[in-house]
Structure formats: C-alpha cells, structure tokens
Design a protein around this ligand. Structure first.
Ligand code: ATR
Length: 297
C-alpha cells in the first residue's frame, strides 16, 4: 500500500512532452495534453519549455539528448524550428511552419496539425466542407498559411486573402495558385472590391489577433454586413465571442471560434507523437471539459 502523501504521478518510466515557445505562460497545451494522458492512462508528462531565441538550437539539441518523446512549437518559433529538425512532412514544408515535433529513434520530425485541426473543426461544427466555397480570409501570418492551404487542398473554389502587408498575402496567394486548383487572390484593406467580395463570400475567416483578449473592443472592418447563409470563423478563442463574431451572429451568420481548432490540433499532435488514436468518445469528453477554458486561464 503506497502512502497517500507520496506523489507517484511521475516516475522513472515517465515520458516527457512539452511546448516550446516564448512567452509560454498563457499556453493551455499543458492542460490539454496532460488531461488526455490522464484520461487514457498514459505515463506521460507535458511541460512548458520557455526558450529565448538565442538558445533555440541548444534547446532542441537538449530535448533530443534527453530523449524527449515529442513536443509542440508555438509563437515565435514555428518557422525558425525547421532549420534544426532532421525531417519535415511535405505539408509542413509547404506551409513553412511546424507545430508538432516527434522524436523517432533520435530523429526529430516536424509536422503541422494546424491545417487539419482547422478543417476538422470546421467540418465538425458546420456539417459542410470547403468544397466549392468562396472564402475570404483576414491576415497572412503562419495561421493563415496553414488554414488557407488546407481549405485550398480540400477544394475551395476561391480564396481571397486580405492583409495589411500585401507582400505576405501575395505570397500565400502564389503558394495556393502554384500548388492547388483553387484560385487565390491577395487584397488590401482599402481595396474597393472588398465590400462586394465580403457579401459574396460563403466563409469569412479571421486569422489576425484583432479582437483578442485584452483588446476585446477591437474588430476588423466594423461595416461588414453579414447574411444568414454565411459562416464566420474567428480563430481567436479568448474571448469566446469576439466583436466580429457577435455582430455576425446578430445578423444571422453561423459563427465558430478558435476553440475547436485548438482542441483538434492538440489531439492530432498527441496522436502523431504517441501513436495513440483518440476515440470520438474521448474527443467529445475533452471538448466538453475545455469548452469554458477561458474562465480558467
Ligand atoms: P500567426 O502565427 O498567429 O498567424 P502572425 O504570423 O504574427 O501570427 O500573423 C498575424 C497576422 O495578423 C499578420 O498577417 C498581421 O498582418 P501583417 O502581415 O501586416 O503584419 C495581422 N495583423 C496583426 N495585427 C494586425 C492589425 N492591428 N491590423 C491588421 N492586421 C494585423
């Protein structure tokens, strides 16, 4: 009989996973991954790895040397990390960003589960797909690259990327046009075509941090008029309903926040690193548990 006071959660056989980034204090990945391990009874611990830019290479060598099972990568290293990995999936290379690294017999292999998390959460919540859809996306950063490429490979008809720095949206449009049969366009916020395009779009996606906590009173283009046959997807999950989503919902559009994508990309990363398949039942339990996560972070 083990004495109750003895902490037996971590022992000599415990595998180590984690999330590498800077800052890292606000990440909910530790809670998500440790909850999954707890629910399926895996002897794995998932911890935050705060790392400064100048120590990135050393940190990755250290993780390899210490036989880290696998880790996630977040802001600001999703792109830079590729230089220090042994191999990357084709999709991660195309996106130019990695959010999941698995240690396979001492070789670090990079993946990107953001796109699949985005598509799965979209299909799950809307019971429809990107096939044949006209999509308008705000922002052209890492999240935009992963999500627009996924929608394009899943058969979107057109994708228009609206960004402050047009060079970045130009690049994504070129990437999509060169690699998929979707027609992609790049647009500036001040372009006169924007309002017409917004009205004609089936799906409107925000990948920028505009409206994210603590700047909850900010919103992209306050004049957008939505209709009830549109879907508005804001990748932000804190707050659960941004000003953009609030207005879209009031005008009858179907709305989605970033919580679904956050959970899906984490579950997919967990599956890649551990080789464990998460059942639908377990997924549903995790989603229910994390639905009101903003109250706890
Ligand atoms: P992520 O990895 O989450 O996508 P990112 O790569 O920093 O983050 O990208 C953020 C995106 O939001 C960028 O497209 C950025 O625009 P720029 O390319 O012009 O920098 C956009 N963004 C951030 N703050 C913005 C703001 N206040 N107004 C308009 N766009 C903004």
């Amino acid at each position: 009989m083990i004495k109750e006071e003895i902490d037996i959660r971590v022992n000599g056989k415990t595998k180590i996973m984690g999330v590498l980034g800077n800052p890292i204090e606000h990440s909910i990945s530790p809670q998500l991954h440790n909850t999954i391990s707890k629910l399926i009874g895996k002897n794995i611990i998932y911890v935050p790895f705060m790392c400064s830019s100048e120590n990135l290479e050393t940190a990755i060598k250290g993780l390899k040397a210490l036989n880290c099972y696998g880790f996630n990568v977040t802001i600001p290293y999703k792109e830079k990390i590729i230089n220090y990995l042994d191999e990357c999936s084709d999709e991660a290379m195309l996106i130019g960003a990695v959010n999941t690294v698995v240690n396979r017999n001492g070789r670090l292999i990079g993946y990107n589960t953001d796109g699949d998390g985005y598509a799965a959460s979209f299909e799950d919540a809307t019971k429809t797909s990107f096939l044949g859809k006209d999509i308008l996306v705000f922002g052209a950063g890492g999240a935009s690259r992963a999500t627009t490429l996924k929608a394009a490979t899943k058969g979107a008809k057109t994708i228009t990327i609206v960004n402050r720095t047009e060079k970045k949206s130009d690049e994504i449009a070129k990437l999509i046009n060169n690699n998929t049969s979707c027609k992609a366009f790049s647009l500036n916020y001040s372009d006169t075509k924007l309002n017409t395009l917004l009205r004609k779009s089936d799906i409107i996606v925000n990948t920028t941090p505009i409206g994210m906590y603590p700047n909850v009173d900010e919103s992209i283009n306050k004049d957008i008029v939505f209709s009830d046959n549109q879907i508005v997807y804001d990748l932000i999950y804190n707050p659960t309903e941004t000003l953009l989503l609030k207005r879209a919902s009031e005008q009858g559009a179907k709305i989605l926040n970033g919580l679904g994508m956050l959970i899906y990309q984490a579950v997919l990363a967990y599956e890649i690193i551990t080789g464990v398949k998460i059942s639908e039942e377990l997924f549903s339990t995790i989603r229910t548990l994390f639905l009101d996560i903003n109250k706890h972070i």
